[in-house]
Ligand binder design. Structure first.
Ligand SMILES: [Mn+2]
Length: 316
């Protein structure tokens, strides 16, 4: 385990760095990687992001200036926001042996890199990257904007229970260097805009939702057939996991998304009564206290039974 200072010193001595993001990339992994890449370039280093095949239109603009050209050979690779080696995208596997450092904020982190800079209290990997970057180079708008995206998305725009005073202090420091109109545009696009397809998807998920445990646990499902019927893109269905937990009386919202026939991604969003990371660990996954996930084999009904049993076991 490395401190922020040790990590900054280590990065200073590296060059030819490839930054790796996780499968189904979110704002945190993309924003953190983009900001770190820019900071490394500001230090005069060669650094790129490995193109992530699952990158959605929502976050593509933040990665675009940094994508590694075909055939570029890195000297080392660094992961951001990756809690486990199995969350590396398929095209990152050839670089798995080159990974020299993992920067992460998942308390469930399963070490796969020789060096780990981990803050399990940080709401986003972007917070950890901010602390590292500010020791290396001035935090310019080109660094601050992707970091704002990273931290705002992982906190649901500063409302999830992972949000701390430190989160707000870092966000304040980022806002100091950003244009107000720029931040307003990001907030509108990421938190106050839904595609019509997404609204249709939410409507179907809500009508199919089931309540359990006296109305404290809610389950919504995204079957492959529904995605196909609505022609939903990846951008239409990202971050739908918070829907179930918004129902009055529910403190454990579960979203089951069929990734392919026989494989289901579970997302759990919980209040203080239930530890989502512990629940998901029972099915081989992990994450944070209030937000966690697991990918398991089985049909939707089978996985629903399994996750409800895991929740019941954690309650006991
Ligand atoms: Mn994250």
């Amino acid at each position: 385990m490395m401190t922020i200072q040790e990590t900054a010193a280590f990065l200073k001595a590296q060059d030819g760095i490839l930054l790796l993001t996780h499968v189904r990339p979110d704002g945190d992994t993309v924003g953190s990687a983009a900001a770190l890449c820019q900071a490394l370039r500001d230090l005069g280093k060669t650094a790129y992001l490995l193109p992530n095949p699952e990158l959605t239109a929502t976050y593509a603009p933040y990665a675009a200036p940094y994508l590694a050209p075909e055939g570029w050979e890195p000297r080392s690779a660094v992961t951001v926001d990756i809690a486990d080696a199995h969350l590396l995208p398929e095209n990152a596997l050839p670089y798995a042996d080159s990974i020299v450092l993992a920067i992460d904020h998942h308390s469930s982190h399963r070490p796969f890199a020789p060096r780990v800079c981990l803050d399990g209290e940080a709401a986003a990997a972007g917070e950890v990257v901010y602390e590292i970057v500010r020791l290396l180079t001035p935090v310019t708008p080109r660094i601050a904007l992707p970091l704002y995206v990273a931290i705002s998305t992982d906190t649901g725009c500063f409302v999830y229970s992972n949000t701390t005073a430190a989160t707000h202090r870092i966000a304040a420091a980022l806002l100091e260097v950003l244009d107000a109109a720029q931040v307003a545009a990001v907030n509108k696009a990421l938190f106050r805009t839904k595609s019509k397809t997404r609204l249709a998807m939410e409507s179907r998920m809500i009508s199919g939702m089931t309540l359990h445990d006296g109305g404290r646990v809610a389950v919504t499902e995204i079957p492959l057939a529904l995605r196909e019927e609505l022609h939903a893109t990846e951008a239409d269905i990202e971050d739908l996991a918070s829907l179930a937990s918004q129902v009055e009386g529910v403190d454990c919202g579960i979203t089951l998304r069929e990734l392919r026939p026989g494989v289901v991604k579970i997302s759990v969003r919980s209040g203080f009564r239930i530890n989502a990371s512990d629940v998901c660990a029972r099915l081989g996954g992990g994450g944070h206290r209030g937000a966690a996930g697991a990918t398991v084999e089985g049909t939707l009904p089978e996985v629903k039974d399994a996750i409800l049993a895991a929740v019941a076991a954690e309650e006991a």
